[in-house]
Ligand binder design. Structure first.
Ligand code: 2HG
Ligand code: ZN
Length: 461
């Protein structure tokens, strides 16, 4: 990749307007900031801007409007749908330097932060005040809160706490015309017209750049138990979920298959249950150990649970969680094609049978890894690239199967993206989840907030 010169007249104009702005044009920086975890597109941004204030973000967006430069808002770039890819001469607007906690309010129980702060730093700041920010997932150390908001990120505790959108009390956004919008300002109740804050959440950087957020916090749950279960089949998984949901106050109920386990063990995680089992669950709940064991024994007597362990220490709990949280990283070297689908839980059993048959028929040679948030009706289906197949052929085959998957989802009223967003990866399938009328309205909304269509071009639509 060749460097862009800062003498480029358009960039020189930006640097002249904002002399303190950090602007990067080295090939290694363009490559680093031009891609996310999808790794499918060759990064090719014009430059990378790292503003340090809301005013600088506004000035950049105004400059982009004057010169008609496309802008890709960028957080931790841990996304899996290509939502933060800059492959066509865009300016990457990285929020990385805007990573501070701006304030804590004990009465409101809110934390106000800049968008570039990591989810882990938000967790730490909340804990320092004896509270928690409960949205959580494996990429917590690398992802940014702005990106979480842009994708309405879900994760491993949605079953108890809901998605990111439940936890945003206020949002400051720079819209596509450079205007600053302070949305909802931390109010609990606000029945004064359209909720533009909620419209921004999940808009994948296509309507505005999230620059600051006021996050709701809550009290930590009581001491919880972490259990790993081994199960014989998918039917047992659904039964055990129903049992645990009724009997225990669940914080998390996450499943994965033996294939996922094989990869995560090969990647350094510790085996916790011996023997061959088809499915595994890591679950966390508030209950004492006796109550947990009583429920476990009931499941075992029914033949739904083959084996299990309950963590006896924080270190053991972390080791059990690693079996689930390490999956994405362990699959990365196999260049997986990812599906992140959503269904009503009641539709899952029939859907799963249809999809297993479909994958077996259409893709017998590929290794398919299932895992995810069964209690949210959210499955991650990763197809691993077979040895010897070119990237292009692999993607073409996966897209053929994804079209069939999207048709099946449509019949069951599901969604082609549960929590990763549409980005570039799932654009072609948006119509299986959203009607033409909805997509036309979404385009209309885009036009209102970003009249020149400069923000995150080509994403979602
Ligand atoms: C998870 O649940 C993430 O671990 C990533 O949403 C899922 O890698 C994936 O497909
Ligand atoms: Zn997930």
């Amino acid at each position: 990749m060749t460097a862009t010169s800062l003498a480029h007249p358009v960039l020189a104009d930006l640097a002249g307007r904002l002399p303190a702005l950090r602007l990067l044009t080295e090939p290694s920086d363009l490559e680093h900031y031009g891609r996310d975890w999808t790794r499918r597109w060759m990064p090719a941004p014009l430059a990378v801007a790292l503003p340090a204030s809301v005013e600088e973000v506004q000035a950049i967006v105004c400059w982009a409007n004057e010169h008609r430069i496309y802008v890709v808002p960028s957080g931790g770039r841990t996304g899996l749908s290509g939502g933060a890819v800059a492959a066509n001469g865009e300016l990457v607007l990285s929020l990385e330097r805007m990573n501070r906690v701006l304030g804590f309010d004990a009465v409101d129980r809110t934390l106000t932060v800049q968008a570039g702060i990591s989810l882990q730093a938000v967790h730490d700041a909340a804990r320092a005040h004896g509270l928690i920010y409960p949205v959580d997932f494996a990429a917590r150390g690398s992802c940014s809160i702005g990106g979480n908001i842009a994708t309405n990120a879900g994760g491993i505790r949605v079953i108890r706490y809901g998605n990111t959108r439940e936890w945003i009390a206020g949002l400051t956004v720079v819209a596509g015309n450079g205007e600053r919008l302070d949305l909802n300002r931390g109010l609990i109740k606000n029945s004064s017209g359209y909720d533009l804050r909620q419209l921004m959440i999940g808009s994948e950087g296509t309507l505005g750049v999230v620059v600051e957020a006021t996050l709701k916090l809550t009290e930590p749950p009581p001491a919880s138990q972490v259990m790993l279960l081994a199960l014989p089949d998918m039917a047992a998984l659904m039964q055990v979920f129903a049992l645990f949901r009724v009997k225990l106050n669940l914080q998390a109920f996450e499943f994965f298959t033996d294939v996922a386990l094989k990869h995560v063990l090969a990647h350094g995680a510790q085996r916790a249950i011996d023997g061959e089992h088809s499915y595994y669950v890591v679950t966390e709940f508030d209950a004492d150990e006796d109550a947990a064991l009583a429920v476990f024994e009931h499941g075992a007597e029914q033949g739904w649970i083959s084996d299990g362990v309950i963590a006896q220490s924080e270190a053991q709990a972390a080791a059990l969680w690693r079996l689930r949280e390490g999956i994405t990283e362990s699959l990365a070297p196999h260049r997986p094609y990812k599906n992140d689908i959503s269904l009503r839980i009641s539709a899952l059993p029939v859907f799963l049978q249809e999809i297993q048959a479909l994958l077996g028929r259409e893709y017998p040679q590929a290794e398919v890894v299932w895992f995810g948030h069964i209690g949210d009706g959210n499955l991650h289906i990763n197809v691993l690239k077979p040895e010897g197949l070119s990237d292009a052929d692999f993607i073409a085959q996966c897209e053929h199967v994804t079209k069939l998957l999207a048709d099946t989802l449509q019949r069951h009223g599901g969604s082609i993206s549960a929590e990763h967003g549409i980005g570039l990866v799932k654009k072609a399938y948006l119509g299986s989840t959203r009607s033409e009328a909805e997509i036309a309205l979404m385009r209309g909304v885009k036009q209102v907030f970003d009249p020149k269509g400069l923000l995150n071009p080509g994403k979602v639509f």
